[in-house]
Design a protein around this ligand. Sequence first.
Ligand SMILES: *Cc1c(COP(=O)(O)O)cnc(C)c1O
Length: 500
Amino acid sequence: MNYSSTRDNKISYTSTKAIIKGLSPEGGLFVPDTIPFVNFEEIGKLSEMNYRERAKYILSRFLTDFTEDEIDNCVNSAYTKEKFGTDSIAPIYKLNNSSYILELWHGPTCAFKDMALQILPHLLVTSLKKNKIDKEIVILVATSGDTGKAALEGFADVAGTRINVFYPQEGVSKVQKLQMITQSGNNVNVSAVKGNFDDAQNGVKQMFTDEKFNTLTNNHNFSLSSANSINWGRLVPQIVYYFSAYADMVKAGEIRIGDKINVNVPTGNFGNILAAFYAKQMGLPINKLICSSNSNNVLTDFIKTGIYDRNRKFNLTISPSMDILISSNLERFLYILSGNNADEVNSYMQALKEEGKYEVSDTIKEKIESVMWGGFADDSETKATIREIKEKYDYVIDTHTAVAVSVQEKYVKETGDETKTVIASTASPFKFSKSVMQAIKNDECYGDGMDEFEILDKLSEISGEEIPKSLAELKTKTVLFDITCEKDEMQQMVKDFLRL
Ligand SMILES: *Cc1c(COP(=O)(O)O)cnc(C)c1O
């Protein structure tokens, strides 16, 4: 299986090359040229497997130029009980007879980004070896909070790689920031950017498409790559857990093979929900995908109207990892829905670049309506949901997961569709402890004047759950990166880091 670009059908790369490049040269995203099919018999087999075996099964269908041994090695290195604290890696918590919370945050950084970023460095290093590339890979990351730490954790001290993370100065939580600026490793660099996530992401994208910069790095034996969810190596491991969730529900007798489920995903860059869409295209019996946004509800409007319009106020919310107005992975969705029409995708992306806005064709609108439902929850609805779920089920969810749970309630109310639903839980509540405690206590000022770690203790008390070790440890870690740059200084930061 080869990989083409959403903006140029003539591109044809092996999966290893697509993973190494991250982004196609003309700015498009890599997409598999066919989507493999998994039938019910195979789903039955998956239900008897553990997470690692399921991952090997799904990954090998996409990464066809990897040998079985290579996939085994990558998966076995990434998804260990040691790193995830549980052998099920991505366990399901049954909230009630219709809502199943897929806990994707048991990895080392307490957010779902670990699901992909624990394996990506292994996929990348294997890809380099197979292509006999001796260049040093430079990973450039723009993060809305969670990707940065997860990428740092995945790439720190991986031979043959360096990583430079940019996070928006305003808009990440204290814990998220501490996680990043205390990162150790001899190949890492971290900087705040004066701007929001979109500014940081644009800065990184510009570096990828800047020919002069690429020539310069190339001449110094560096090769730029991305750990953002635009990299196919980030996306493909995320498909696995939707199969795994379904397989677990079959195994637990909650559904029978072939029964349809819905999947609800709290969405930012559209990567996680796109992985669920791929799973559906591959034959996983998914009825509706529910796309949940916070008050940066550009996707909700898009799903309802077919008009994507980023010209709107950017809101800082209590679910910062979803504070995004340009959802990069939407491009892959449009590519598939347009019947792999790169010209059409190009015209949308051109309009987005020039006017910050585009309207898709009626054909695409109809297709979106048939597979997806969009809704959003503002901060007060999100907090009310956290409180309600805690009171009703004695279960604590984080601010991102709560957006999805809130939208789920709206979806059921509006449509009457009570299909069993897997709700992606994307972060541990401890990662956003202040907002979570304010929600539970119904007190806007809770925690003001308390330090971050006192709040963690309170949340631990009230939830009866232990503080994840990696977060508790932050208390005594040294700050290593007290750096901030302007939007237009990002390239210079990288040059300094690489000594160019
Ligand atoms: C990244 C992130 C999201 C959004 O995921 P996308 O793949 O960008 O849509 C949601 N919740 C949390 C906690 C995240 O870290």
